[in-house]
Design a protein around this ligand. Structure first.
Ligand code: PMP
Length: 757
């Protein structure tokens, strides 16, 4: 710590102006900005552009500056909250200058962020909530960032705070303050040291104090990455709080506002909430001790003691707050409890919408194959197929955000990504599927598929599989036996023909029959004048069914011979989920006339697509225009392309095959140990485990299935049930699901099954 101040650069404004011109090719007015350890200059060009020229402390190594630059580049890809680095004329992001005293300093140029320092504006509760959100956003953007240079021994690192305060408290000249700091560090150590050691670590900014946070109505920027370090993941939150509580009449409520905003964006783990108040105090104690040391070196530097007056005024008030009271206040700062959220929803949302699990989960964040509830608890997501490439996959988020910032409009204007996305989609499909339509959901896509079929065949009748679900519109409910034969349903319309589900575990023809596929297909012969046959290429709602060999080929042949069109509903099964193929129909060795896509293709952004043949598209082009306001929008195409990129680049199909095989092998051992497990089936990351009370009668174990799913939920694993009897455990995770996740799922399920007996 001690030589840092002696190595602070001391360039004059004229020197800075000359450096900006020579190194960066930027000319303008120069003025000085404050800094503890570096020298910062504001550079204002004639054109009105503003930059910050930063000449680094001579004790800063290149590696650390490199880490800062990389962190800023990492953040710039996800957020506009922080400055960007401007390369020098020679393209370098770190240049060198030599001072009068012949000392080398590294120099960098940054974009200027507008706004007033938070320290200089009225800090309303709303602004403090926004500070919390912004710090959380910063931490979120730093997630996944690392660099060797930030794993450093640094006196501002809160993880060294207790040691630092113990070593320097004796230098604090004011006797009262010295005693207070010593008492606090004793308290913090006794109450929290063990907990601190367990805290999650991450790259953190490490100094979001109220001069480094810029505000213009709301928080607009966070500056100065000079203190970046690998430390407690909640260090930024603790430090932001440490500065905004100063000089407040009610410091705890100011802190609670920041915590509330933070938790809206990033939930805190239990230990983090419990540690927070101690870390806030530890930061202030550190500040007192660092200032005491530095003041001995530069007694005249006012900047060094800028915080000391307010700390002296506020620390005694903070010290009077019981740690447990502060912890409870931070816990309550969190949003509504699940019960409150549920009650609020019941008041205003249509009641016929079920909620998963007996104890509903309130999820506040997702990351790849994991979900987090508001207490910060992690759940392994074994169920959601919509976030196909992973919850909040940064590539997809970035594509959406960047396009949204520029333009989002409809397909009546030209934009290149529309055809590009269609071309990329078509390239995944066999001939003659060559014409695309874009809509906003699986339902809309199935609706359109039916219209295409009807326009082409001029027939209304539709052939469907039993237990199928194809969507929520009037017509789709009419062709979904799962709905029209279920509660509230009105039975089949005369134009709807239901074929038995080709379920070789429970149905009429079983796995021991090599011609089961053809035999199930024969039922299609009874339908006269079919307009369309529609089926999931692997029935999911029907209970995670893998169709017997030659089933679709046989049905398609029968339906086509009778003049009908064959529609493959690939809403659940597309994009490599099955492992063996990109689409489930491929394993059945057929080519549909219409393919319907939904859920995974937008990774959560509402996106549906229909791909058909030129002939069918020509029949549909009968004079009536087809237009979807949002379908194929600029953002939809950007998202769709990003998802395809990730699926391909991350080789998710082969990953699904490998992990799926491993998972199926693990699950395959369960029937030997647990009589309840009647069947394990699937392909890739599309898996069903059918539970029965009796392996002869196949009596469905429906309540047991529900018990198991809820027990898994309590143990942090989310799956669901499906099938006509809701007795099939449905495993259909986001594709990044790993072998380790699979092992955990098998182990936990094994355990839950044992405890059930
Ligand atoms: N088809 C299938 C096979 C589905 O599973 C679903 C949704 N569960 C749909 C269509 C309807 O999709 P959406 O909810 O996006 O309208």
């Amino acid at each position: 710590m001690d030589d840092v101040l002696l190595r602070t650069p001391s360039f004059k404004a004229e020197d800075a102006r000359e450096v900006a011109h020579r190194v960066f090719g930027v000319d303008g007015e120069v003025s000085c900005l404050p800094s503890e350890r570096d020298q910062n200059f504001l550079l204002q060009t004639n054109g009105g552009d503003r930059f910050v020229l930063k000449i680094a402390n001579a004790s800063d190594g290149r590696a650390l500056l490199d880490a800062q630059n990389e962190a800023l580049a990492h953040i710039a890809r996800r957020s506009s909250l922080c400055p960007r680095v401007i390369p020098a004329l020679d393209g370098k992001t770190i240049s060198e200058v030599v001072s009068d005293g012949n000392v080398r300093h590294f120099v960098r140029l940054f974009t200027w962020l507008s706004g007033e320092p938070l320290a200089t504006v009225p800090q309303t509760a709303e602004l403090l909530v926004d500070l919390g959100r912004s710090v959380a956003e910063l931490d979120g953007t730093l997630e996944g960032f690392d660099h060797p240079a930030i794993h450093r021994d640094f006196y501002w690192d809160l993880a060294q705070g207790i040691t630092l305060v113990r070593g320097s408290a004796s230098l604090v000249t004011d006797e009262g303050m010295r005693a207070l700091v010593t008492r606090l560090v004793d308290q913090i150590e006794a109450r929290d040291a063990a907990r601190f050691a367990r805290l999650r670590r991450a790259a953190v900014h490490n100094d979001p104090n109220d001069y480094n946070v810029l505000v213009s109505g709301k928080v607009t920027g966070i500056l100065d990455f000079g203190d970046i370090v690998y430390s407690y993941a909640i260090a930024d939150l603790a430090i932001a709080i440490a500065y905004v509580v100063l000089d407040k009449s009610d410091p705890l409520s100011a802190a609670v506002s920041v915590v509330r905003g933070y938790q809206e964006v990033r939930p805190l783990a239990d230990d983090e909430i419990a540690s927070l108040f101690g870390l806030v105090l530890l930061r202030l104690c550190t500040s007192v001790c660092v200032a005491a040391r530095q003041q001995r070196q530069r007694p005249d530097d006012e900047y060094l003691s800028v915080s000391q007056g307010p700390i002296a005024a506020t620390l005694p008030a903070l010290a009077a707050i019981d740690f447990d009271v502060a912890e409870a206040a931070f816990r309550n700062a969190r949003g509504k409890t699940p019960e409150e959220t549920l009650a609020a929803r019941r008041r205003v949302i249509g009641p016929n919408l079920s909620i998963s699990y007996r104890r509903p989960v309130k999820i506040v964040r997702g990351w790849m194959q994991y979900l987090y509830d508001q207490a910060g608890r992690q759940y392994l997501d074994g169920y959601n197929n919509v976030p196909h490439v992973g919850h909040s996959h940064p590539r997809v988020v970035q594509a959406a955000a960047e396009q949204m910032l520029v333009l989002n409009t409809n397909t009546r204007y030209l934009h290149d990504r529309l055809a590009l996305f269609a071309e990329r989609l078509i390239a995944t499909l066999p001939d003659p599927l060559r014409v695309c339509y874009f809509v906003n959901s699986g339902s809309e896509a199935n609706e359109l598929a039916l219209r295409l079929a009807r326009a082409h065949t001029r027939r209304r009748d539709v052939v469907v599989l039993d237990a199928a679900y194809h969507g929520n519109t009037t017509t789709l409910v009419d062709i979904s036996p799962y709905k029209f034969n279920g509660p509230g349903g009105e039975g089949a319309q005369p134009w709807v023909h239901v074929l038995p589900l080709p379920d070789t575990y429970r149905g009429k023809f079983r796995r021991d029959d090599p011609r089961a596929g053809e035999k199930y297909a024969e039922f299609a012969r009874h339908v006269r004048n079919p307009g369309a046959f529609i089926a999931e290429s692997a029935p999911s709602v029907g209970g995670q069914i893998i169709l017997p060999d030659r089933y679709l080929a046989s049905v398609y042949a029968i339906v086509r011979a009778a003049g009908g069109v064959c529609i493959a509903d690939e809403v659940q099964t597309a994009y490599g989920r099955m492992g063996t193929d990109f689409y489930a129909f491929e394993a059945q060795r057929v080519v549909p006339d219409v393919v319907v896509l939904g859920k995974p293709i937008g990774n959560g952004y509402p996106l549906g697509a229909v791909i058909t043949t030129r002939e069918i598209a020509a029949s549909f082009d009968n004079g009536m225009e087809f237009f979807s306001t949002f379908g194929g929008s600029t953002v939809a195409c950007a998202v769709g392309l990003a998802v395809l990129d990730v699926v391909e680049e991350e080789r998710l199909q082969s990953h699904a095959r490998e992990v799926g095989d491993h998972l199926l092998a693990g699950l395959g051992a369960l029937p030997d140990r647990h009589p309840l497990v009647g069947d394990v089936r699937g392909s890739g990351l599309f898996i069903g485990v059918e539970l029965v009370r009796n392996r002869e009668t196949l009596e469905p174990a429906t309540t047991e299935a529900a018990d198991i799913v809820n027990a898994l939920r309590d143990r942090g694993i989310l799956i669901g049930t499906d099938g006509p009897f809701e007795n099939v455990l449905k495993i259909r995770p986001p594709m990044p699901f790993t072998r380790e996740d699979a092992d955990l799922l098998v182990r936990t399920l094994d355990d839950v099954l044992s405890s059930l007996r």
